[in-house]
Unconditional design. Structure first.
Length: 88
């Protein structure tokens, strides 16, 4: 097996690795939001005032964060989901 030398890893390889990491984190954040949404369903009616708004704010914040991970990265597949969403 040959060892990698410094010139063997190209900028494109580094960029592809970074994009893959961002997409993985984006997927994990969206899975977290889906889990929170599923757990919160049916609890809105009996919840304290403000609880629903807090859950919705949290979901928007997670989605906004996930969208920003691949925003402006060519070929990253952000697909426009959640872009421009601000919990404020």
């Amino acid at each position: 097996m040959n060892a990698l030398r410094p010139g063997d890893i190209t900028d494109e390889m580094i960029q592809a690795m970074d994009t893959a990491k961002r997409q993985g984190l984006q997927k994990d954040l969206r899975a977290l939001a889906a889990n929170i949404r599923a757990e919160a369903e049916g609890r809105y009616d009996s919840a304290e005032p403000g609880w629903r708004a807090g859950v919705e704010w949290t979901l928007l914040w997670i989605e906004n964060t996930a969208a920003r991970l691949t925003e402006g990265i060519p070929g990253a597949g952000a697909g426009g989901r959640g872009q421009g969403v601000s919990p404020e």
